[in-house]
Design a protein around this ligand. Structure first.
Ligand SMILES: *Cc1c(COP(=O)(O)O)cnc(C)c1O
Length: 406
């Protein structure tokens, strides 16, 4: 495990240059006051991942608290149903708190502690990042302040309750549309007002450097475990690895285990929402342009005024108009490809996995399952697809039952 963690930064795709760039993407654009804090974080991060105490603490928490390694599961009935390639699932849904986000939240809070910070601040949209961060903060006795739009607070009631029970301070944000974008702005102001004592804890491989590298590093455990497990189970590597992409953290985690394997095709799946020819999607890679969002350069969906667009997905964890700089770089260097599936295909996959395997997937993860189901039938039964099942669908059940009458 120690070696796994330390090997991460060695690949050019996962390690940016001194300006925080992956090719032309990424960087550290922004507030001058922030520059000092980012520099401190970057130095702290690079020091800490060479520290044996930190590594063994991470290893202990991963094994005894999160429940890692998460298993790889051969979805035989789903594969038979599709009639083609064998589909395997990396079960991040079995992690404590039910998704991959705990992987980087533990890392971020542990890092905050080592840097002498007493508080972590973050925004949350659907509340998944907020819950994972509040969990890690409770565990490590660090204050946790979560900014959330008032519209989201109403919509995501169970996650709001979880955060409160876990001891996080919830800051409702009523400006503008009262959703994720305003929550980011509000959290950012709170952070700038208390920059000495607090750390901003981002929820995906986005934001200015060093966040994409840092979050990607903490998530890389997924891909390194998966590669080893897949080889041990099947004797070979998968033909394709597939993961859904919102900001891109679970996909980066999975891909980073296979970056040196040219034979393994890496596919990120974005939300086509109500269709790519409608305005209601969040397919950043497929339809976006090169631009700037929240302190970094990436592919981004812009509105008529050149601002990040209002985007849509049935999966609230995927409706982000930007995408991580590593993914933007992987796309342009043709080291990974990006496809999109619709809300409808996502719902079909959600029901198929539930009924055929007894696994209720998150709507986010269902995008990756949907893509695998679509391509499996054109492959041979000897071929294999490894899907990152980023989270479980308990949070989505009421919403799905509104859409599908049973
Ligand atoms: C948040 C979330 C995602 C999307 O985030 P990425 O950074 O793109 O991984 C995907 N799946 C689940 C279950 C999530 O909670």
């Amino acid at each position: 495990m120690i070696q796994i963690i330390n090997s991460y930064g060695l690949h050019p795709t996962t390690q940016p240059d001194a300006d925080g760039l992956y090719g032309e993407f990424g960087g550290k654009i922004g507030h001058p006051q922030l520059a000092k804090a980012l520099a401190e974080l970057e130095v702290g991060f690079h020091e800490i991942i060479k520290n044996d105490d930190f590594i063994s603490e991470m290893k202990r928490l991963r094994e005894t608290y999160v429940g890692r390694p998460s298993p790889i599961y051969h979805a035989k009935r789903l594969s038979e149903h599709c009639g083609g390639a064998q589909i395997y699932l990396k079960r991040e849904d079995l992690n404590h708190t039910g998704a991959h986000k705990i992987n980087h939240c533990l890392g971020e809070v542990l890092l905050a502690k080592k840097l002498g910070k007493t508080k972590v601040i973050a925004e949350t949209g659907a509340g998944q990042h907020g819950v994972a961060l509040a969990t890690a903060a409770a565990l490590m006795d660090v204050e946790c302040e979560i900014h959330m739009g008032v519209v989201d607070i109403k919509k995501e009631h169970p996650n709001v309750s979880r955060m409160k029970i876990l001891g996080a301070k919830l800051v409702p944000v009523s400006e503008g549309a009262g959703t994720l974008k305003e929550a980011v702005d509000s959290a950012f102001v709170a952070y700038l007002n208390d920059i000495e004592n607090s750390m901003f804890a981002i929820g995906s491989v986005v934001g200015p450097a060093p966040y994409p590298e840092m979050v990607g590093y903490f998530q890389s455990v997924i891909g390194h475990e998966a590669r080893e497990q897949f080889l041990a189970t099947t004797g070979s590597l998968p033909n394709k690895v597939v993961a859904c992409v919102g900001g891109g953290s679970n996909a980066m985690g999975m891909f980073s285990g296979f970056l040196d394997d040219e034979t393994v095709e890496k596919i990120g799946v974005e939300p086509a929402g109500e269709g790519l020819d409608t305005p209601n999607h969040a397919a950043t890679m497929t339809k976006g342009v090169k631009g700037e969002i929240q302190g970094f350069k990436c592919y981004v969906l812009l509105d008529d005024e050149g601002q990040p667009a209002q985007v849509h997905s049935i999966a609230s964890g995927l409706d982000y108009p930007g995408v991580g700089p590593q993914h933007s770089y992987l796309k342009d260097s043709q080291l990974a490809t990006y496809e999109a599936v619709t809300d409808e295909e996502c719902l079909d996959a959600f029901m198929a996995l539930s009924r055929l395997e007894g696994i209720i997937p998150a709507l986010e993860s269902s995008h990756a399952v949907a893509y695998a189901m679509k391509v499996a039938k054109d492959m041979s039964p000897q071929d294999t697809i490894l899907v990152n099942l980023s989270g479980r669908g308990d949070k989505d059940i009421d919403y799905v039952l509104e859409k599908i009458k049973l």
